[in-house]
Design a protein around this ligand. Structure first.
Ligand SMILES: [Zn+2]
Length: 203
């Protein structure tokens, strides 16, 4: 029995210039072409096909491939929707109002909310002064990510640092917070209109 081959990297000259792709032989009926993230191109071919056939296949489709890569890049660079000042204030106040009931039973007072175009933080908590600051860029992120940051800062009224107690509380109140944190990392583009390209951290 012939096993699936390891990918072999090939460079093929096309009318659009040289294209590098990963070639794999598989138990498939047809030649398959895929353009993945980062513009990675892979072609899988039936066991009986030659590498030259794969090169021809790719060369015939080089225009389409480059167009697909260009479209993908344009999509990634698409700015998030702009949000007015009033809309921003409303969205972030709502995130605080939605998440506050989670910490209210533990005796946390409803905090004052300040909004800032922070350069390197999604938010912060001034627990001694009774207020939290949320980054205005959050208004351009999905609701569940705004809620995650709001809750993170609210939990700092109970646990000031990021010790085990803090994370245990987050686990209890928002079991999927790690997944939200991961998603939030993809929203650094929301800061493009602000002064810094730094990815904000939670503090
Ligand atoms: Zn924190």
């Amino acid at each position: 029995m012939v096993k699936q081959s390891m990918p072999q990297f090939r460079v093929v000259d096309t009318p659009q210039g040289p294209i590098t792709y990963a070639l794999t032989r598989k138990r498939v009926k047809n030649l398959n072409l895929r353009v993945g993230s980062g513009g990675r191109i892979s072609v899988s071919i039936p066991l009986r096909c030659s590498a030259d056939q794969a090169d021809d296949f790719l060369r015939d489709r080089s225009g389409w491939i480059l167009e697909a890569i260009r479209r993908r890049e344009a999509r990634q660079a698409e700015p998030l929707p702009a949000v007015s000042r009033e809309e921003c204030a409303r969205l972030l106040q709502e995130a605080l109002t939605r998440t506050y009931p989670l910490v209210e039973p533990m005796g946390v007072d409803f905090p004052i909310l300040k909004l800032r175009a922070l350069k390197s933080q999604w938010g912060n908590c001034h627990w001694a002064q009774g207020y939290i600051t949320l980054n205005t860029a959050l208004a351009r992120c999905p609701e569940e990510l705004r809620d995650y940051v709001a809750l993170h800062e609210l939990v700092h009224f109970l646990h000031h640092d990021h010790g085990p107690g803090f994370y245990a509380r987050m686990d209890a109140l928002m079991p999927d917070w790690r997944e939200r944190r991961q998603r939030l990392k993809g929203y650094s583009g929301a800061l493009k209109d602000q002064d810094s390209a730094l990815l904000p951290q939670l503090v």
